[in-house]
Design a protein around this ligand. Structure first.
Ligand SMILES: Nc1nc2c(c(=O)[nH]1)N[C@H]1C(S)=C(S)[C@@H](COP(=O)(O)OP(=O)(O)OC[C@H]3O[C@@H](n4cnc5c(=O)[nH]c(N)nc54)[C@H](O)[C@@H]3O)O[C@H]1N2
Ligand SMILES: Nc1nc2c(c(=O)[nH]1)N[C@H]1C(S)=C(S)[C@@H](COP(=O)(O)OP(=O)(O)OC[C@H]3O[C@@H](n4cnc5c(=O)[nH]c(N)nc54)[C@H](O)[C@@H]3O)O[C@H]1N2
Ligand code: SF4
Ligand SMILES: [Mo]
Length: 755
């Protein structure tokens, strides 16, 4: 149980010993998993190229060391926002690229077995099947399930092709499992998606409020930046709200160990304390805020009345903490010179995900902890391109580009004009969100789908159910490996180009768009997802609609379209992206420097003379919502006395298709397993290595036990990177009714020891 023996918590030093490499940590004294370079001798570097890491939403700038067409070194880019700091996943990207197991040719399933096929055969069959489905059952019988790891040009093209070309709004993707609650939360509060602030606010904050984020393992360079800030100023305080005592939580000045699924009680209680102690910023509130009960405007007095149900003494027991702790956190949040909130899946992946996002934004609005350096609500993004690629391009079932909604006629008309298609082309009914898309396959309503750059057979909750659908529907899967769980269900497998085998733009957390340039040819016959989509469009007779041929031409089209919106990034040209370390939108003209903070002077959409203006709302005021707490269906009981919560570990990326293949990263993580607090292990007579059966409302599965003091009594943790340990078989698919984002964080379970 000591830290050393606990694989999940392997230290950076142990890890480096494992790789046999040396590590450069640069000038900065890095204290977590950050590093600037992992040097494993793979031959000399002939040329260095600026790029962006392909994995996570931190969006680290990297320098890629190439030896002809071989990637031999990855180094953090000193000139980028991450100031040279990266993490171990990014530093080992070259190993994934050159894996001998890469998928190199198209394959078609015949009598249950994959046989190699030519591109023409594969694409012809795909076209035939899509046309058949549409002819028999209409356009909504086909769909596209994409990814926050596709390039902007790829998601934009798929979205345009399906919604304006094929007449199907069934365009969704894994950001639904990840960012949907944050996107809806921002939109409801400010009238526009994407954060008001930026990473640079970390350098100015005095209080960090991390809730439902394990930044130490999931956003290591940002965590290092927080630690640097703390070193620079002794007044800096870190508050961490998390049921598990993660490495992030261990570094907290104030650790708030709430029980899973109860955060609404905490945030409302903090608002209540702030109101009672007159810690509201009344000047800010009067000028810039409206109150709303979800249906109608309400007065400040009515809002305060609503909060009275959440007095610390009333909610503390249910939260599993003391009233005093709630008061302490509320005071620190409001009274600090500048408070920055950072949150990720512990908040988004919840049945009250949207409400939680609303109320986090509200905390900032009522205290005036917003629109100043260091004071801002910053939702951390999961994937490298969930923001730019999927949220901004509107590649979700209910959206159209740049913040437009399918359900709004005016927005459809605008997009039809911009895309030069006849009025009425875009269907008025939103399409199927992720779970509904796969549910539609189960019921037979969705007959053919293209799945790109995502592995839903492993990542969807209540997985066995949705796999039934994958079995039934005609699936085309574009992948870099043939052995993923989803690839098994494919009828056609298309080999995809990876990372620097293609070019395009990524947009991450702080509205920053960055370019990945092509540095080598794809392996075998692999093609970029962009090329696959353009080819498919042509074969479907939509060559006029998708008339651009290159990623750069697509970018120019999209950039021009953005002019008609408050996401305007017309000034972010390909030429600028080649030179600059990313640019933050809005950026209306080529000589505009980009916008670091929105809704204040410097943002091109803020009218002259206004110090703060929330232009997403008709009256320029943001909305503080009174959102009641509601208990989820998944709660502990005598029958299922433990909470299962799922998430990530530093060395593994999601379903492990890439990182579990790299021996050093695989060894570092170890096999997938259920991790118990020693107290629960004792109660259930379990020790490390025991085999158990876990039972939830969605089914049963077997797995091995691990024990760690970093877990919390009553809560069992599991990560989802190991396909042989399919934890999503038992994770509930209950989801937020508004964002439709599943709650991967709270499932009630019972455990039984197997002899
Ligand atoms: N190493 C690594 N980094 C990654 C990724 C990866 O796969 N591996 N993936 C990227 C992606 S796509 C994402 S979405 C992000 C995710 O980044 P994070 O959200 O930071 O990671 P998770 O492990 O999913 O969950 C975060 C924390 O939520 C806590 N939590 C669980 N239930 C509750 C609750 O009820 N309340 C609160 N307050 N907290 C709760 C968990 O204990 C956990 O520590 O990471 C990104 N970065
Ligand atoms: N239990 C549990 N489940 C979860 C979560 C959780 O916290 N707990 N989190 C959810 C979240 S936040 C997320 S974001 C999802 C992620 O879930 P997924 O998107 O399903 O997971 P990835 O492993 O990122 O899948 C990416 C796939 O694309 C392939 N690939 C890589 N590069 C390319 C490329 O350039 N082109 C193509 N065509 N393919 C490529 C990879 O081999 C891999 O199979 O998981 C969700 N599932
Ligand atoms: S923090 Fe994210 S973007 Fe940065 S190197 Fe690691 S995986 Fe890549
Ligand atoms: Mo994610």
């Amino acid at each position: 149980m000591s830290e050393k023996k606990d694989d999940l918590r392997l230290s950076r030093r142990d890890f480096l010993k494992l790789t046999g490499g040396t590590v450069a940590v640069g000038g900065a004294a890095l204290s977590g998993w950050g590093l600037t370079e992992l040097i494993v001798d793979e031959g000399p570097v002939k040329s260095w190229h600026k790029s962006v890491c392909r994995y996570c939403g931190t969006g680290c700038g990297v320098m890629l060391g190439m030896n002809k067409d071989k990637l031999v070194r990855v180094r953090g880019d000193q000139e980028a926002h991450n100031k040279g700091v990266i993490c171990i996943k990014g530093s080992m990207l070259d190993k994934v690229m050159k894996s001998p197991e890469r998928l190199k040719t198209p394959k078609i399933k015949k009598n249950g077995k994959f046989v190699e096929a030519s591109w023409d055969e594969a694409m012809s069959l795909m076209t035939k099947k899509f046309k058949e489905a549409m002819a028999e059952s209409g356009p909504t019988s086909v769909g596209f399930y994409g990814s926050g790891q596709l390039l902007i040009e790829e998601s934009y093209t798929a979205n345009k092709l399906f919604k304006a070309g094929l007449g199907s709004n069934n365009v969704d993707g894994n950001p639904r499992l990840c960012m949907a609650s944050a996107a809806v939360g921002y939109t409801q509060t400010f009238g526009k998606d994407e954060p008001p602030g930026a990473y640079v606010d970390i350098d100015h904050a005095e209080t960090f409020f991390l809730i439902g984020s394990n930044a130490y393992e999931c956003h290591p360079p940002l965590w290092e930046r927080i630690m640097l800030r703390k070193k620079a100023d002794k007044n800096v305080k870190i508050i961490v709200v998390d049921p598990r005592k993660t490495k992030t939580a261990e570094h907290a000045d104030i650790y708030v160990p709430v029980l899973p699924g109860k955060d609404m009680l905490l945030i409302n209680s903090m608002c209540c304390v702030i109101a009672e102690l007159d810690l509201m910023d009344m000047d800010f509130v009067q000028k810039h805020v409206n109150f709303n009960d979800g249906k109608n405007k309400m007065s400040l007095e009515e809002y305060k009345e609503f909060l009275k149900d959440y007095r610390p003494e009333k909610v503390a027991d249910e939260l599993g903490i003391t009233p005093r702790l709630i008061r302490e956190v509320a005071y620190q949040f409001a009274a600090s010179k500048a408070t920055m909130s950072l949150w990720t899946m512990g908040i988004n992946q919840r049945v009250q995900g949207v409400f939680l996002n609303n109320t986090l934004n509200s905390l900032h609005l009522i205290t005036g902890q917003i629109c100043r350096p260091g004071a801002t609500p910053l939702s951390l993004t999961g994937q490298s391109n969930a923001c730019g690629g999927v949220r901004d391009t509107g590649s979700l079932a209910h959206l159209l580009p740049n913040g437009r909604l399918i359900a709004k006629e005016q927005h459809r008309r605008e997009m039809e004009k911009l895309w030069k298609v006849p009025e009425g082309t875009i269907a008025p009914k939103p399409g199927r969100h992720a779970l509904a898309m796969f549910d539609g396959m189960v019921t037979g309503d969705v007959k053919a789908a293209l799945i790109m750059c995502t592995n839903p057979a492993q990542s969807l909750p209540n997985n066995r159910y949705y796999r039934e659908g994958m079995e039934k529907a005609f699936l085309v899967v574009s992948e870099i490996f043939a052995d993923t769980e989803t690839a098994k269900y494919a009828d056609i497998l298309l080999p995809a180009a990876l990372y620097i085998e293609k070019e395009g733009v990524y947009g991450q957390t702080e509205r920053r768009y960055q370019l990945i340039e092509k540095l080598r040819e794809p392996v075998g016959e692999a093609r970029s997802d962009f090329d696959i989509l353009v080819d498919f469009a042509n074969r479907m007779g939509k060559g006029d609609l998708i008339s651009y041929k290159t990623s750069a031409e697509c970018w120019d089209e999209y950039r021009t379209i953005s002019k008609a919106s408050k996401y305007n990034f017309y000034g972010i040209t390909r030429e600028r992206l080649k030179k600059e370390r990313g640019i933050q939108w809005p950026c209306p003209t080529v000589d505009h420097p980009g916008t670091v903070r929105r809704y204040i002077p410097g943002d091109p959409f803020v009218p002259q003379g206004k110090d703060v203006y929330f232009y997403g709302k008709p009256d320029g005021k943001a909305v503080v919502f009174a959102r009641p707490y509601k208990a989820g269906k998944e709660d502990v009981s005598a029958e299922r006395p433990l909470f299962l919560t799922t998430g990530r570990v530093i060395s593994q990326w999601h379903t492990g298709t890439m990182t579990f293949r790299v021996p050093e990263l695989k060894h570092s993580a170890g096999p997938g397993r259920f991790v118990f607090h020693p107290q629960d292990a004792g109660l259930h007579d379990l020790k490390k290595g025991d085999k158990i059966e876990v039972d939830s409302s969605r089914g049963k599965m077997q797995g091995i036990v691990d024990v760690s003091e970093h877990e919390t009594p009553g809560v069992v943790f599991a990560a989802f990177y190991d396909a042989k340990f399919m934890v999503n078989n038992v994770v509930s698919d209950d989801h937020d009714p508004i964002s439709k984002e599943p709650d991967y964080k709270v499932t009630a379970i019972s455990v039984r020891k197997l002899s």
